[in-house]
Ligand binder design. Structure first.
Ligand code: ADP
Length: 486
């Protein structure tokens, strides 16, 4: 199958409504994780080109602010339609640069476009309040205004959705965006920006600053330039801490979606068929590389062996391969380093006494980015995979006896993004759901991402919420106007 690059310009980034090259003649390659082959190259922009993007966004900020919410909503709706019309082409770009199976990539385009549609609806509904002033002579009204230019840095695991979840909300609020996509997956970002321009957003409303070599320098521009008023990041906790601390000098508003380490708690009264499917969906989506993937599977001891056998039977039916092959159910990891980390976690657990139920090794016959879907049994609580996010196809099963014991285990880490619990006991479901320290919890489901549901973490998994009825607030300032009527 030949991949469609018609939505992007060869060797170009997208800044202020134009396709641009590197002014220092530096480019970097984009690889297909399945084959290891180079599929495209993009410019390694430098700091001055990022500053030019910010200056262009300044002009766009005035234009966006002067549009009514209804007009911004109409442009967003057109963008949504253009993205859906190009769904197949965008999905192919996602698969060649990220590796996920084409069906999953199409699912991502739907999910990504949902945010555009959602915030198209939110834009005309931005409204303030009338408050009762303490002073009887005064009247207080509040208005909501765009926060200003937004700096955005995104990861490679959802090359489309991590961008639209932020950018659609920002544009709905009237804020232009400078996006630095992950160096592994800039092509999808470029295609989306092109379609946003075609939809009618003023030049400079969305610029895509591609870089690999200048990542740290451009990160500093996006977190320290005084014209940027808001910074939004999705990625690792380590990078998020650095970038957020860089924002303090200019007191930017900051949203962070950082790493998770999702506990899954399965009680003995759970419906095991349903639980099996939900765990597999959560664990092995994108071969385990989402921040809400099941990470630590705690199973009550009386059903441990039965659930393990059921999971194994279904994992053995997975078909590992290249994402463009229609037979493939599970694709490669993003690169060899990701495979090395999974293998390291597997070896560590085995050395500490865990047993391999299925998988447990690389799949070199497919390519260096492939690792077999793996289930480990009797994993000790001090194993690395019990403490650190694996970000790969490793499902470690731990045994527990009591609810108190498992709550302590689930809450002992500093990560708090997603969690899952399985039970048919309603009161237990409520109690555990309220007691697990995470931003989002799925009860008897493995899929929690939904445009309507606020996405975000607690503890060291981040701050702020994306999507849902409150997602637009991340890009709005609330200002009271106090009028003395005497
Ligand atoms: P991952 O390990 O999943 O790639 P990272 O947090 O390293 O997660 O990367 C997420 C995004 O953050 C990517 O776009 C990456 O280039 C960017 N990034 C990581 N560290 C920095 C930094 N110090 N400055 C700017 N961007 C960064």
């Amino acid at each position: 199958m030949s991949v469609c690059f018609s939505l992007i310009q060869p060797d170009s980034a997208y800044v202020n409504g134009e396709w641009v090259q590197s002014q220092s003649n530096q480019y970097f390659d984009i690889y297909d994780p399945a084959s290891g082959r180079v599929v495209a190259k993009v410019p390694d922009l430098d700091e001055s080109q990022c500053v030019a993007a910010i200056e262009g966004a300044s002009a766009a900020a005035e234009k966006l602010k002067s549009l009514t919410g209804k007009s911004r909503g109409q442009i967003l709706r057109r963008w949504f339609e253009l993205v859906l019309e190009s769904k197949d082409d965008i999905a192919q770009l996602i698969t060649v640069e990220n590796g996920k199976p084409l069906a999953e990539a199409k699912g991502e385009v739907s999910y990504a476009s949902d945010f555009i549609d959602w915030f198209a609806g939110a834009a005309p509904r931005i409204s303030g309040t009338v408050e009762q002033a303490s002073n009887p002579s005064n009247r207080v009204i509040t208005i909501k205004q765009p926060v200003g230019i937004v700096g955005i840095i995104t990861p490679w695991n959802f090359p489309a959705a991590m961008i639209t979840r932020k950018v659609a909300a920002a544009l709905a609020a009237g804020c232009p965006c400078i996006v630095k996509p992950a160096p592994e997956t800039p092509l999808t970002a470029l295609a989306l920006a092109n379609l946003a321009s075609r939809a009618g957003f003023p030049d400079g409303s969305i610029s895509i600053v591609t870089t690999r070599k200048n990542t740290i320098a451009i990160g500093k521009v996006l977190t320290q330039h005084p014209l940027i008023r808001k910074f939004s990041f999705t990625g690792s906790t380590a990078a998020g801490k650095i970038l957020s601390s860089q924002c303090t000098q200019t007191v930017k508003r900051v949203s962070l979606e950082l790493g998770g380490n999702a506990p899954v708690i399965v009680f003995e009264d759970a419906d095991l068929e349903r639980t099996t499917d939900a765990i597999l969906m959560s664990k092995f989506r994108l071969s385990g590389q989402t921040c809400v993937c099941a990470n630590r599977i705690y199973v009550q001891s009386s059903i441990y062996d039965k659930l393990a056998a059921m999971l194994k039977a279904k994992v053995e039916r997975f078909r590992l391969g290249a994402g463009l092959d229609p037979e493939t159910t599970h694709g490669p990891l993003i690169n060899k380093q990701a495979v090395d980390k999974v293998d390291y976690h597997v070896r560590d657990a085995v050395e500490r006494g865990a047993k391999i139920l299925v998988g447990g090794q690389r799949a070199p016959q497919l390519g260096e980015s492939f690792y077999l879907p793996t289930i480990l049994l009797d994993v000790p609580f001090d194993a690395l995979c019990a403490r650190e996010e694996t970000f790969g196809p490793l499902l470690p099963m731990f045994k527990f006896e009591t609810e108190d014991e498992v709550m302590t285990l689930a809450n002992k880490l500093e990560a708090g993004l997603a969690g899952y619990l399985f039970t048919t006991n309603v009161s237990r479901a409520w109690q555990v759901a309220e007691g697990v320290e995470v931003g989002m919890i799925g009860v008897n489901t493995g899929i929690i991402s939904d445009v309507a549901s606020p996405f975000g973490g607690v503890k060291q998994s981040g701050q702020g919420r994306e999507g849902s009825s409150i997602g637009i607030d991340e890009y709005l300032e609330v200002s009271p106007i106090i009028v003395n009527g005497k």
